[in-house]
Design a protein around this ligand. Structure first.
Ligand code: GRF
Length: 192
């Protein structure tokens, strides 16, 4: 059986991308095809190279063209795409072809704290400022609207009145590390 091939798009540190690489290293049915970044000096590219995973850098003008990403993924026989800290809108043409094949990780309980500008610590600041009692992560399919695609899974953490933005960030990172790989695996194996 051919393994399902996953491309990971990431713009930053890449702790989630690296975690996915480790999780699927010896997997019997899923493998990582490449890591794509739109930032030339993104730490994720350096870390992935060390793990012998193919890395690709493309400028924002290239990745904003749907047909470019379609061709790229076809050439590399990619079945699924995971957006792990990828800070760019995915072009519609690409979403149409990869419908329900692009999975995004978002650091809040969508539909709350999603949409334009809601990424990284912006999300956690807003959650803490609003004195929310809980937050969490959402793993969802990508559609034409930012953070509005069908939700695959969500995981929660409590927020205490003494929690700082950094405390919340740590809790969210820990949820991401625990759950993203297994949800991606179950989604691809179609048992979610
Ligand atoms: C994560 O918090 C993820 O939820 C969000 O961007 C962050 C990426 O972190 N989409 P990293 O680059 O994987 O360390």
């Amino acid at each position: 059986m051919n393994k399902k091939r996953v491309a990971i798009f990431a713009s930053g540190t890449g702790s989630n991308a690296i975690n996915l690489i480790g999780y699927f290293k010896e997997h019997k049915a899923i493998e990582i095809g490449f890591i794509l970044s739109n930032k030339k000096d993104a730490l994720v590219l350096e870390s992935a190279k060390k793990l012998d995973v193919q890395t690709l850098f493309f400028s924002n003008s290239e990745v904003s063209k749907g047909h470019f990403l379609i061709e790229l993924c076809k050439t590399h026989h990619i079945d699924y795409v995971v957006l792990a800290g990828y800070l760019r809108l995915i072009p519609e043409g690409f979403i149409d072809v990869f419908s329900e094949k692009i999975i995004n990780l978002h650091p809040s309980l969508l539909p709350n704290y999603g949409g334009k500008g809601m990424y990284g610590s912006n999300v956690h600041k807003a959650v803490i400022e609003n004195r929310e009692k809980e937050s969490g992560i959402s793993i969802h399919y990508v559609n034409q609207k930012f953070d509005e695609g069908r939700i695959i899974a969500q995981f929660k953490c409590p927020i205490y009145s003494t929690d700082t933005v950094k405390d919340l960030e740590d809790k969210i990172r820990s949820l991401e590390q625990s759950y993203l790989p297994v949800v991606v695996e179950k989604t691809i194996m179609e048992i979610v």
